[in-house]
Design a binder for this molecule. Structure first.
Ligand SMILES: [Zn+2]
Length: 137
């Protein structure tokens, strides 16, 4: 899944989570789920980085850096950092399970890039606009 798609999924999960810890945990787990659903990806790392960072920053400015939506979004996007940073690769493989095990990250047509972009923009935009109440935990 494209990074901003992970940001949106994590933000929505954070909105539903009962605590910040749950938001982070859900964000990480849903990264794996979203990578497993057959999807399109872009090859533009600058676009991936810029759109993902912009999504998290928009949530942080609008809702606060420790809001559950912001934490869920950041946690959900975090595993893709290993695509650009020189993190350890035990056995020559990346760390996150859907990046490490063949067949766990699936390309396909269920979630094309265009759908991911529109859905992510709508979800993040709604959360930035205050469509979901802020949590205290
Ligand atoms: Zn991934």
């Amino acid at each position: 899944m494209i990074v901003v798609g992970h940001v949106a999924v994590g933000a929505l999960a954070g909105a539903l989570a009962r605590s910040r810890g749950a938001a982070v945990g859900l964000g990480l787990v849903l990264h794996g789920v979203a990578d497993w659903v057959p999807h399109g990806d872009t090859r533009s790392r600058p676009f991936e980085a810029a759109s993902g960072i912009a999504g998290v920053l928009a949530l942080a400015f609008a809702r606060g850096p420790l809001d559950r939506t912001t934490l869920g979004a950041a946690a959900s996007a975090l595993p893709d950092v290993e695509h650009v940073l020189p993190l350890p690769r035990p056995g020559g493989q990346k760390l996150f399970p859907t990046h490490r095990f063949p067949g766990w990250h699936r390309a396909g047509r269920v979630l094309p890039v265009s759908f991911q972009l529109v859905a992510a923009g709508a979800a993040i935009g709604a959360l930035v606009a205050g469509a979901w109440p802020r949590g205290r935990g």
